[in-house]
Design a binder for this molecule. Structure first.
Ligand code: SAM
Length: 370
């Protein structure tokens, strides 16, 4: 049987499953779900085997909110012997297909963490054997270029005795193992939230565009900024930041001279000049209110790009976030603007998703009545 294996935050398997099933059905691809509860793994068993690759080609991973990574299976779960595991895996794989990389993966749980040492050890002889069989091709050392047309081999270990193998397409999968970027907490940042915005920039803004979209000298507004973890990320990139929060900002940030702190309601603040590039918002507020505020800022032309969080409710999380995003799309469509809108449940997010929005056509000149 062919299945799609998806990785998500443990506890969000239901949302991740519902979403992939819905997006697959839009492409007339059907199957049933098996959720590995609290292990952050969803298996979507397909009725038609050939639909695995079709789905990978038709649905961008970027369009799935709750899935961090995915692959199509090429084997069922394999029971591994205590010895000769490498042989068991290479045999199950055969040598019909070639892959440009191997990812040894596990669940994002404590059990998974314990397995990581075992996987690291096994990966050395496994890579060697796969290269010998010409299943794993050498990366071009001259360029270290990622082969965009290639496929990545995934080995997901549920334990030292059980593994499932599959592949993802390089151009439509996460570049990180299990879809998790390991970011270093900057010791000078005033809160752990800082990693959320760091990950968001890394995920949503292509690195080759950082020079024009994330660069020194830009003006930014941070709504709900205290104590300053997000402001820190803007300051560190050389931006001038207006920080809006009734709470205090870290002294170290104020001393940079790049931050203006205004103690006021983020829903009432409006920029004086139209020179703000980034609007970021981490206010703990009703997601409907935040969604409306963000679309207003963009449609008025108060900012060029917005990065913000939408808090998730306890129940009906996928439905709620879909409705919030739809409200933003409706506002944009009402004014006939072209836009880019992506949402992701990032690794450093918890009960919220991160959204990136920007208009691709000029903001309408008319006064906007939402
Ligand atoms: C999760 S914290 C922000 C953390 C911040 N992004 C950081 O990295 O340090 C949420 C902040 O939103 C602020 N907040 C909530 N509602 C607000 C409002 N209506 N206007 C301004 N700030 C608000 C709170 O005071 C709180 O400091």
């Amino acid at each position: 049987m062919t299945s799609i294996v998806l990785f998500c935050r443990p506890g969000f398997e239901k949302e991740c499953g519902a979403e992939v099933q819905e997006k697959a059905a839009w492409n007339e691809i059907y199957g049933y779900l098996e959720l590995k509860k609290n292990q952050g793994i969803v298996l979507f068993h397909l009725h038609e085997s050939e639909h695995g690759e079709v789905l990978m080609n038709k649905v961008p991973l970027k369009r799935l909110i709750f899935a961090r990574q995915w692959f199509v299976t090429v084997t069922d779960i394999i029971d591994l012997p205590d010895y000769n595991r490498v042989e068991a895996i290479t045999e199950a794989l055969g040598n019909e297909w070639q892959y440009t990389d191997l990812r040894m993966e596990m669940t994002d749980t404590n059990d998974g963490k314990e397995l990581s040492k075992f996987c690291r050890k096994l990966s050395v002889p496994l890579r060697q054997a796969l290269r010998k069989n010409k299943v794993l091709t050498e990366k071009s050392k001259a360029t270290e270029q990622v082969d965009d047309d290639g496929a990545i081999l995934h080995a997901l270990f549920f334990s030292g005795q059980q593994v499932i193998l599959g592949f993802s397409l390089t151009r439509n999968s996460s570049p990180h193992i299990m879809g998790i970027p390991r970011l270093k907490f900057p010791s000078l940042a005033p809160s752990r939230s800082t990693l959320k915005l760091d990950e968001a920039f890394l995920y949503f803004i292509p690195r080759e565009e950082w020079d024009t979209r994330l660069t020194s000298g830009m003006n930014a507004v941070d709504l709900g900024s205290a104590p300053g973890g997000w402001t820190y990320q803007l300051v560190r990139r050389g931006m001038m930041v207006t920080a809006i929060d009734n709470g205090p900002m870290a002294e170290s940030l104020m001393e940079t001279g790049q931050v203006k702190h205004k103690m006021m309601d983020g829903f009432k603040y409006l920029p004086q000049k139209q020179n703000v590039y980034w609007l970021v918002c981490d206010m703990i507020e009703k997601p409907q209110r935040v969604a409306k505020l963000m679309s207003e800022w963009l449609l008025h032309g108060y900012c060029k790009e917005a990065m913000f969080n939408l808090k998730l409710p306890m129940k009906g999380r996928y439905q709620q976030v879909s409705e919030d995003l739809q409200a933003i799309k409706d506002a944009f469509n009402k004014h006939n603007v072209k836009y880019e809108l992506y949402a992701k449940h990032l690794y450093y997010d918890r009960e919220e998703v991160t959204v990136h929005a920007r208009l691709l056509s000029p903001a309408p000149l008319i006064a906007v009545d939402l």
